[in-house]
Each structure stands twice: as structure tokens, then as C-alpha cells.
Design a protein around this ligand. Structure first.
Ligand code: SAH
Ligand code: SF4
Ligand code: F3S
Length: 466
């Protein structure tokens, strides 16, 4: 139903409840939130909601939020302010407009959100979103719902299949959450508080979800977890399994061509996992392995529980197993107490590792984390200057890596239509976007292409003779 029709038919009372309500989901934060947004859309689809990409068309706007840095949470509150105005306008038209807040800000702030922004109808946590339809129903009776208790039941057991409900086939690439939460308690980080303690999904549940995704056309799976390599499970014979074993099991799925996993902690890179990079062809040569800093003093203050040299040695072992691996990392500059010398150690580490890709951030004080109570907070100008220097170095390495691909013949997984007609965008083994001339009917195929040139955010290629 369009907006005009709704106001024509029922100018002074709520629009009739039909089974074609529309939901617009805005996702902030990490890949896990991307996955959760998909699963929330599934849960809502089973309740009669159709997803829309157009906010103005929606009857429900759901913000799936991130709490990792200060700016992330600020963005949510300013978005809510705008939605409050939309809600007022809709109320004048007599049309339902609901606002939901999900994700890590919902978990961390709970009731505070409805207090600060009374227009919010539902606040729902990352572990309770399978109850979203019931929460919305309660909200319709006038209740302001806050459901952020860690649920006793496993949400995955209560969610509809990830592949059937949306009414359209999923992409050729998909995320699959295998592990949630974190027990590492790095002193800067809110994740252990917003996502709770580490939980691994059982092997059978993961395999079943992977098989469904593959049956629906997915060729490349990225396993997700805040600490994905802390995943552990149990085999049928009772023996203990780690992420490496899970990858071997998933690689057996016929039709599945590629596997990846993210995000890993250096402490949990065990031998089986490192060896999987040597032995498993389906495991792509790309690894996101955050180190945060290069100074042992800062690493200790961050509670990362490893030294810089141990990280470098680990990288050497991984490169020995898979020489063409592309490395990616996360960095924080300006952690409390970071001196110029400490920062130089980060630059040194980056020069030694050589990253193909990286993310870097200014330290952001998070309430409730041990880092917030530390003295010696670094001045904003110093953080800004350090971030600029680090990013210049990382960008240089990123360009070097992209340039080194020119002339190579690679396997390209054709993923989606490109910007120009007759063009598709594919994914390289090193997680780069590659533009190539190909037909839409080829989406899902893996073809040989030769990289011809580099662009700012992607590569260009031509089809190579097989
Ligand atoms: N589990 C992952 C990281 C998850 S958070 C790991 O351990 O590596 C993603 C990234 O956000 C972190 O790697 C870190 O670089 C950054 N980050 C987390 N908390 C931050 C904070 N308080 N300030 C700035 N950056 C932060
Ligand atoms: Fe946060 Fe550290 Fe856990 Fe990563 S390992 S999610 S940075 S506490
Ligand atoms: Fe943000 Fe939560 Fe992910 S805080 S980074 S959305 S786990």
C-alpha cells in the first residue's frame, strides 16, 4: 500500500493491519550485525513483513546498532531524532510507524534508549531478536518494550530458515555466524559487555545452515564470530573440535567453492587452523588478524596477551603455510599512555608485516571498560596526527598489494551486476572487488581472468583463455 492510498482510505484512524507491512533495516557496525539484520528480516518475513530499501516506504524502521566507538552510538541517537519527526508526520496521516533499536547499543543502553527517545517502540538485544514479532505486537498495545535479557533459549533454534523466507535467493556469498560473544576483555573494548560471553554454535547446526545456503546458490561462505577462531565444538565421537576442523568439515559440502572466516584473535590461531591454510584449497588466502598496536607496553595495557614479536612469528608461520596470503588488520592509535616511541613501534610492525588491507581508529573511551579509567589519555590532536601517519603507510601498502596483482591470472567468483551494462563485479581470492565483462547468467560462476589495472576501490580484469 502506498502512502497516498493509506491516507486517502483512512485519514483519521490507523491503517488496517494487512500482512504486507514493510520494514527498513539500517545496519551499523560489523559483519555480525549484517548477518543479524538478515536473520531479523527472516523473522519479520515470517510475520508478514516485506523488506524495503526505501526508508520512506517503511512501516517499521529498525536500527541495528553498533557501540564500538563513541561516534557509532551518537549516530544512532541523531538517526532516532529524525525518525521521531517521521513518526509524528505519520501519526498525523493515521498510519502506523514503528521504531525499533537492535544490536549493541540496544544491549548496552537498554531502557536508557526509550528514556532518551520516547518515540522508540522496541529495544531488542542481539540475543533476543527471534522474539521481535512478539515484541512488536506488545508495542502495538502501547507498551514500550525493552527485551535485552540474555535469552535462556538459543535464538537460532527459534529463527526461520535463513534461505526460504525472504522470497528471493540469497547472494552467491553469505555470512554464517558460528560463534558469538567474547571472553578476552581487551581493556578498550565493549564487545564482552554488549555481546556477552563466548558461545559456539554446535557443529550440526552450522553444517545444516551451510548446506541450506549452498543449496540456495551460495558459493562462498564467510564464518563469523567476534573471536571466530575461538570456536569449539564436539565431533560425533565426542572428541573436541576447533575452527580448523570445522573448516575441513564445511569444505566437504559439494557446490561450496570458497571459505573464509573473520575476526580472529592472534592467541587463538592454533596449528590445525594454520595448517588448514596450507591444505584446504577452498580456504581463501586472506586473513584478518588484528594486532591493534606494535608496542609491548601498550599491548599489555590493552590486555591483548601477546607480544609484538609473537605476532610477527605467527605471521611468518601463516605465510610459510600459504605464501600468497593477503593480510588485514585493525589498529588503534592513542590508547592511554601511548608515547611517540610506542606509536613508532606500531609503524615498525606495519612495515614488517606488510598489509594488503587494514582498518585503523583513534582510541575512543568506552564507558564501563577498564581503559576509560586510565590516566594519561592522549590528546585529540596527537591521535589525529598519528592516525594520519598510520593511514598513509597502510594506504601505501594497500596500493602496493593491488599493483602486485596486475598481470596475474586469477579465479574470480562472479557476484553481482557491475556499474556498466555487460559488466559484473566479482570477488578475488584476496577479497578484492574486480570488474569484468560478463553476462548476468554467469553470476555464481568462477572464471579465469587477467587483472589489467587498479582503481581506487576495485580492480579491472579481462576474461583469460581457459
Ligand atoms: N574481536 C576483534 C575486534 C572486534 S572490534 C578482535 O579482537 O580483533 C573491531 C575493531 O574495532 C577492533 O579490532 C579495534 O581495532 C576497534 N576498536 C574496538 N574498541 C575500540 C575503541 N574503544 N576505540 C577505538 N577502536 C576500537
Ligand atoms: Fe573486543 Fe578484544 Fe574481544 Fe576483540 S578480543 S571483541 S577487541 S575484547
Ligand atoms: Fe559494533 Fe557490536 Fe559489532 S559493538 S562492531 S556491532 S559486535
Amino acid at each position: 500500500m502506498t502512502q497516498d492510498l493509506a491516507s486517502d482510505i483512512a485519514p483519521d484512524r490507523p491503517a488496517p493491519l494487512t500482512n504486507s507491512r514493510k520494514v527498513f533495516i539500517k545496519t551499523y557496525g560489523c559483519q555480525m550485525n549484517v548477518y543479524d539484520s538478515g536473520r531479523m528480516a527472516d523473522a519479520l518475513a515470517a510475520d508478514g513483513y516485506v523488506s524495503t530499501e526505501v526508508m520512506e516506504d517503511a512501516d517499521l524502521v529498525l536500527l541495528n546498532t553498533c557501540h564500538i566507538r563513541e561516534k557509532a552510538a551518537d549516530k544512532v541517537y541523531s538517526a532516532l531524532g529524525r525518525l521521531r519527526e517521521t513518526k509524528k508526520a505519520r501519526a498525523a496521516e493515521g498510519r502506523e510507524f514503528m521504531i525499533g533499536v537492535a544490536g549493541c547499543v540496544a544491549q548496552a543502553e537498554g531502557e536508557e534508549i526509550s528514556r532518551r527517545e520516547p518515540a522508540v517502540d522496541v529495544v531488542i538485544g542481539p540475543q533476543t531478536y527471534h522474539r521481535l514479532p512478539q515484541a512488536l505486537q506488545r508495542a502495538r498495545t502501547g507498551e514500550r518494550v525493552v527485551d535485552t535479557e540474555y535469552a535462556l533459549e538459543d535464538k537460532f533454534e527459534h529463527l526461520p530458515d535463513p534461505v526460504k523466507t525472504a522470497g528471493k535467493p540469497r547472494n552467491v556469498t553469505a555470512f554464517l555466524t558460528v560463534q558469538e560473544g567474547c571472553d578476552k576483555f581487551c581493556t578498550f573494548c565493549v564487545v564482552p559487555y554488549t555481546r556477552g560471553s563466548e558461545v559456539s554454535r554446535p557443529l550440526d547446526q552450522i553444517v545444516a545452515e551451510a548446506e541450506k545456503l549452498v543449496a540456495n546458490g551460495v558459493r562462498e561462505l564467510t564464518l563469523l564470530g567476534q573471536n571466530v577462531n575461538a570456536w569449539h565444538g564436539t565431533a560425533a565421537d565426542g572428541s573436541a573440535l576447533g575452527l580448523g576442523d570445522l573448516l575441513y568439515r564445511l569444505a566437504e559440502i559439494e557446490g561450496l567453492a570458497r571459505l573464509r572466516y573473520t575476526t580472529s584473535h592472534p592467541r587463538d590461531m592454533d596449528d590445525v587452523l594454520v595448517e588448514a591454510h596450507r591444505k584446504l584449497d577452498k580456504l581463501m588466502p586472506y586473513l584478518h588478524l588484528p594486532v591493534q598496536a606494535g608496542s609491548d607496553r601498550i599491548l599489555k595495557a590493552m590486555n591483548r596477551r601477546h607480544k609484538a614479536e609473537e605476532y610477527i612469528r605467527l605471521i611468518e608461520r601463516i605465510r610459510a603455510a600459504r605464501p600468497d596470503i593477503a593480510l588485514s588488520g585493525d589498529f588503534i592509535v592513542g590508547f592511554p599512555g601511548e608515547t611517540d616511541e610506542d606509536f613508532e613501534a606500531t609503524l615498525d610492525l606495519v612495515r614488517r608485516v606488510r598489509y594488503a588491507q587494514a582498518y585503523s581508529f583513534k582510541y575512543s573511551t568506552r564507558p564501563g571498560t577498564p581503559g576509560a579509567d586510565l590516566k594519561d589519555q592522549v590528546a585529540e590532536e596527537v591521535k589525529t596526527e598519528r592516525l594520519a601517519r598510520l593511514q598513509a603507510l597502510l594506504l601505501e601498502q594497500q596500493h602496493e598489494f593491488a599493483e602486485s596483482c596486475v598481470g596475474k591470472v586469477i579465479d574470480l567468483l562472479l557476484e553481482k551486476p557491475g556499474r556498466m551494462p555487460g559488466q559484473l563485479i566479482g570477488r578475488s581470492p584476496w577479497l578484492q572487488s574486480v570488474n569484468v565483462d560478463a553476462k548476468t547468467s554467469q553470476i555464481g560462476d568462477i572464471i579465469k581472468v587477467r587483472i589489467t589495472s587498479t582503481g581506487p576501490n576495485s580492480l579491472f580484469a579481462e576474461v583469460a583463455e581457459s
